[in-house]
Design a protein around this ligand. Structure first.
Ligand code: SF4
Length: 254
């Protein structure tokens, strides 16, 4: 008998999706702990520290939390999802982090719960961990895959991993989009590299350019002219190109 998985969580709460093509949808956010990279602009410092406990919202959007010890069992996570789902209709569950695919077994195990609640599984990932994606597939419907650029993150891009990851998403029939966080220091070569990942693999996949939101003074958003020029480059290359900033931060949502 397989052991039931357990996971370190940061938090479970209800909020408005602020990024990407389904911006504005109400979601339950299941924020997993830990990450396999360190992006300079990361706004989730808790994903890089020990997590003795997590916080679980008591009522959808109420911003009152109870604390529970990590690691959390499958049953405990299901209970926290069921509580928020019973409170309010949600569009989907955002499986986010940290890097949620470090918890692929847990995500896979959550599949039946998401289905029984009638909620789509929406994965937000750095797009590196292909084997883990394949494990998690039964719980997934929508995938937001980052293509990370060195000018924004501070570490080298992993375009080959991104290509394999995107191909696996497309093969599995997932509704996938690519998200590229852009900084004023981003170069045209990086833009072209990110576009090639998508255009060589599955040209119909939307590519969302997201200007970096400075966090604790780190990150410099591109100038309006840079965004227009990069968007033009994407369109001329044949990409399904969108530009969407992080809207939740504009409206004071986390
Ligand atoms: S991948 Fe996401 S969670 Fe991990 S360091 Fe980068 S921004 Fe933070």
């Amino acid at each position: 008998v397989a052991e039931s998985p357990s996971s370190d969580l940061i938090e479970v709460f209800s909020a408005i999706q602020g990024e990407g093509p389904i911006v504005g949808r109400r979601q339950i956010f299941l924020r997993f702990g830990h990450c396999d990279v360190v992006c300079r602009y990361c706004d989730t410092p808790l994903c890089h520290v020990e997590l003795p406990e997590c916080r679980l919202e008591r009522r959808a959007g109420g911003r009152e939390f109870e604390r529970q010890a990590n690691p959390m069992s499958l049953a405990a996570i299901e209970t926290s999802l069921e509580r928020l789902a019973a409170d309010l209709p949600h569009h989907s569950v955002s499986l986010t982090g940290g890097e949620p695919l470090l918890h692929a077994e847990m995500i896979r195990a959550l599949g039946p719960c998401l289905k029984s609640l009638g909620l789509l599984g929406y994965l937000e990932t750095n797009g590196h961990l292909v084997d883990e994606l394949l494990r998690a597939l039964p719980a997934l419907d929508i995938v937001g895959m980052d293509i990370k650029l060195e000018s924004a993150t501070g570490f080298p891009a992993r375009f080959d991993d991104n290509r394999r990851f995107l191909a696996a998403c497309v093969d599995a029939g997932l509704d996938v989009f690519a998200k590229v966080v852009l900084d004023a220091a981003t170069s045209i070569d990086e833009i072209d590299g990110a576009l090639a990942v998508v255009l060589d693999t599955a040209a119909q996949v939307p590519v969302v350019f997201q200007p970096v939101t400075p966090f604790r003074g780190v990150g410099t958003p591109p100038e309006p002219e840079q965004l227009l020029a990069w968007n033009e480059r994407a369109l001329r290359a044949g990409a399904e190109a969108l530009v969407i900033p992080q809207t939740h931060k504009m409206i004071g949502q986390k």
